[in-house]
Write a protein that binds this ligand. Structure first.
Ligand SMILES: *Cc1c(COP(=O)(O)O)cnc(C)c1O
Length: 445
């Protein structure tokens, strides 16, 4: 594969854009390939190379790169009529009604412009609503680029995970290991009456993928109820991906107080949203006293794309298709690993998939989870599969990034470039794409 033009473009980019990219995960080694266009489930780079794409914009592109006709029509008409006004439009109400109708916990919703903005607003909302300062987050959980959640360490020694955040901000955040009931119970015993909310991805989607062990979210729900804290599900990645239109909360059967959305809910355009019980969401200004505002919020083009996206999914076999191909991939990779790398753990559900390069194999794979790790206690892998963000970080992360990812790229398969980020199947992927992908995994594993 020739990458000359991508290399030249990256050279230019490095002079004017820090690290040559506008989002850090894009700076793949030795240099990223620049995309010229999308085509169904494929992307074509600046040198004309074609790849089967499982990055899918890091999550938003449920349909791949070609918009279904009604989506294209909605986007074009709203773009040409406006594109935006600074006054409300009907499409915002349509989209809000749709989400409230389909997501169990959502009675009201406020739209913003990114997942980060959604979690920033959700944290402010939890603090304003409860009158408390502390926020609990999961180690390895990701809630965007924001001050209250870019925090690492443990409950007793939280510290900023990046330069630029005062240690005094991190003091209000309590990071705990995902799936660890003992620690969260101890944290609530000690700080419960100061905890405004627990912010958790239903499934760790940016650091894994890690599924919850049975009962974990129920424990969070009970603790939040007992102490008057808000349970905030960050469904930016799982929303309208896991559990279909009901989102991960409907699949898990746990009802959060507040949910943050992003990615798919904007149909491929910049978006975020905060939904939940009316009584809580009405705390936002102008109905309440928690300030929240945005020039581009509820942008008509985004709302039109998001609404047409979800309406299309309600009327077609979208989730059936992507989930079936997801299962084929997970089962296929599980078989390949059994043969070639029995220490690796295949993870994911619905249309999300990943292989964590874990280091220890159980002595027998016997009756292991065949459709991605489900944290089944009777699976021979149970003691080996990742339960926390730390377990994923202990995997062969360098091998993924420096060897495996490169080999898959050279075989025409575009995966997420590090061990941590999920991969996605879209409605545009076909059985043939999946077969070709499994063939590439077979050679590269
Ligand atoms: C992507 C993501 C975010 C951040 O969303 P942006 O639109 O990138 O700001 C927050 N939370 C989760 C769970 C995400 O996957």
């Amino acid at each position: 594969m020739n990458h000359d033009r991508s290399r030249d473009l990256y050279d230019r980019a490095l002079s004017v854009i820090p690290g040559g990219v506008n989002s850090s995960v894009r700076a793949t080694r030795p240099y990223p390939f620049f995309i010229e266009r999308g085509d169904g489930a494929h992307v074509v780079d600046a040198d004309g190379n074609r790849y089967i794409d499982y990055v899918m914009g890091y999550g938003p592109l449920l349909y791949g790169h070609d918009m279904p006709d009604p989506v294209r029509a909605a986007v074009q008409s709203h773009a040409s009529e406006g594109p935006m006004y600074g006054a409300p439009t009907e499409i915002e109400v349509d989209h809000a009604e749709f989400v409230a109708r389909h997501v169990p916990s959502v009675e009201m919703i406020r739209f913003v412009n990114s997942g980060t903005e959604a979690t920033v607003s959700a944290v402010r909302l939890a603090r304003g609503y409860t009158g408390r300062d502390k926020i609990v987050v999961m180690q390895g959980g990701y809630h965007g680029a924001q001050e209250s959640t870019l925090v690492e360490g443990g409950p007793d020694n939280p510290r900023p995970s990046t330069a630029g955040i005062p240690a005094s901000f991190a003091e209000h955040t309590i990071p705990v290991p995902f799936n660890d009931e003992e620690t969260i119970e101890r944290v609530f015993e000690e700080h419960g009456h100061d905890i405004a909310g627990v912010l958790v991805e239903p499934v760790l989607g940016n650091y894994g993928i890690v599924q919850p062990i049975s009962g974990y979210h129920e424990t969070l729900r009970e603790l939040c109820d007992d102490y008057g804290s808000l349970l905030v599900f960050d469904e930016v990645i799982t929303g309208f991906r896991v559990g279909g239109l009901g989102c991960a909360q409907s699949k898990l059967g746990v009802t959060p107080d507040v949910t943050t959305f992003g990615k798919i809910i904007g149909g491929g355009f910049p978006v975020g949203a905060i939904g939940g019980k009316a009584e809580i969401i009405e705390s936002f200004t102008p109905s309440g006293d928690v300030f929240q505002s945005g020039t581009f919020s509820g942008h008509p083009v985004t709302m039109a794309a998001g609404h047409a996206y979800l309406t299309y999914a309600a009327e077609h076999d979208v989730y059936e298709h992507v989930n079936r191909l997801g299962e084929t991939l997970r089962a296929g990779i599980t078989d390949l690993c059994e043969d070639r790398a029995p220490e690796y753990t295949v993870v994911g559900s619905d249309s999300m998939f990943k292989t964590v390069f874990t280091r220890d194999a159980p002595s027998s794979l016997g009756d292991q989870c065949a459709d991605g790790c489900e944290q089944r206690t009777d699976c021979p892998r149970y003691d080996h599969c990742p339960k926390t963000g730390g377990d994923v970080a202990d995997a062969e992360t360098e091998r993924w990034e420096r060897v495996f990812w490169q080999e898959m790229k050279e075989r025409g398969v575009f995966l997420t470039a590090n061990q941590f980020e999920s991969q996605f199947v879209s409605y545009a992927h076909t059985e043939e794409d999946v077969e070709e992908t499994l063939e590439a995994y077979k050679e590269a594993l």
